[in-house]
Design a protein around this ligand. Structure first.
Ligand SMILES: Cc1ncc(C[n+]2csc(CCOP(=O)(O)OP(=O)(O)O)c2C)c(N)n1
Ligand SMILES: [Mg+2]
Length: 351
């Protein structure tokens, strides 16, 4: 696969996609980029605590994959999942407030950046454990078959997760039980600061599925139309044949692993090469080239996104903090132990 930056590298627009969907996809990609850049700024100001993992550069993989599913198809993901929630339709105010740890957040400020979850939008969560969401997707797939529904589950995970045994276990079970699961590997070629070439004996990750007699392919994860097309095919296959499949989307994250990573080990030349294929810029060329929108319309759309994210930041700043006294709500069946020397009160434990 070529990594050079030319417009004609982009894959053809799939016949199944209309102009309005393409405009919406561009708008989502730009919304996510704007959201994450503002989140980085707010982290630096001390308004966001804990970890913050940005997926800047990966917008094509995220938006292309989510757009190809029905809004009711369940998705599970990793801790790098702000984009998935926003692509799914979660309210940017609630997502930003969750990052800020406010009561108005998507999970009432209890989950933070890594643990977004929005059942209303069938987004079954970000998870901090690498590979943690993979078996959950198998369970969701099992539920669909059990209830004789026609949904499709997509689990998004990183290249690092492919070396976790749970992926093999989950793929085996999904294939054996004919579950409608799309295993979507977002291969950004690094697990924290470790290059995939130092972590995987075979860096063609899509070949993992072959051991389970499961169809799989590698696609250009920087090309939103290529991603849409591949997931559309996989969803059709899962819905009609009730079989799992795997997609490996080759992409790159522009930032380090998290905000606390100075990102000083990846080669500058490599970063520049991938940035030159920025998915927003290459898709903008397609949108303008195919007269899907005018430059003025795109400018308006970008301005509206900036206003929207400004509003999300103001909303988060103005929302109440989660009081310390409420931190253990919904965690323990017994009330929080107010004894400062004690831990949480466990049912039946001596106090
Ligand atoms: C089971 C487990 N082991 C180790 C970690 C520490 N850890 C957090 S992120 C990460 C790298 C994962 O890389 P990848 O799956 O490629 O996802 P990316 O961060 O690149 O999106 C590791 C090792 C963890 N969270 N869970
Ligand atoms: Mg990775």
């Amino acid at each position: 696969m070529t990594e050079s930056a030319t417009a004609h590298d982009q894959s053809p627009v799939p016949a199944s996609i209309d102009a309005s969907t393409m405009r919406q996809m561009y708008a989502k990609m730009h919304l996510i980029r704007t959201f994450e850049e503002r989140a980085a700024e707010q982290y630096m100001r001390g308004n966001i605590g804990g970890f913050l993992h940005l997926a800047i550069g990966e917008e094509a993989a995220v938006v292309g994959a989510v757009a190809a599913l029905r809004p009711t198809d369940p998705i599970t993901s990793t801790y790098r999942e702000h984009g998935q929630a926003l692509a799914r339709g979660s309210d940017p105010n609630a997502v930003m407030a969750e990052l800020f740890g406010r009561t108005t957040g998507l999970c009432n400020g209890r989950g933070g950046s890594m643990h977004l979850m929005d059942r209303e939008h069938a987004f079954y969560g970000g998870y901090g454990i690498v590979g943690g969401s993979i078996p959950l997707a198998v369970g969701l797939g099992f539920a669909i078959n059990y209830r004789h529904e026609d949904g499709v589950v997509m689990v998004m995970f990183g290249d690092g997760a492919t070396n976790q045994g749970v992926l093999s276990e989950s793929m085996n079970m999904a294939k054996l039980w004919h579950l409608p699961v799309i295993f979507f590997c977002l291969n950004n070629q690094y697990g924290m600061g470790t290059s995939i070439t130092r972590a995987a004996s075979d860096t063609e990750l899509f070949t993992r599925a072959q051991a389970f007699d499961m169809p799989s392919r590698r696609i250009d994860g920087m090309d939103v139309m290529a991603v849409y097309s591949a997931v559309n095919d996989a969803a059709e296959y899962a819905r009609t044949a009730h079989e799992p499949s795997m997609i490996e989307a080759l992409a790159y994250r522009y930032r380090g692993h998290s905000m606390s990573d100075p990102d000083n080990t990846r080669p500058e030349e490599e970063k520049a090469r991938w940035r030159a294929r920025d998915p927003l810029i290459t898709f903008e060329r397609v949108v303008l080239g195919d007269a899907i929108a005018t430059p003025e319309e795109l400018e308006q759309l970008r301005a509206a996104n900036v206003t929207r994210i400004d509003e999300a930041v103001s909303f988060a700043e103005g929302s109440p903090q989660v009081p310390i006294s409420a931190l253990a709500d919904n965690v323990y069946t017994h009330p929080w132990n107010t004894n400062p020397r004690g831990g949480a009160v466990m049912p039946g434990a001596d106090q």
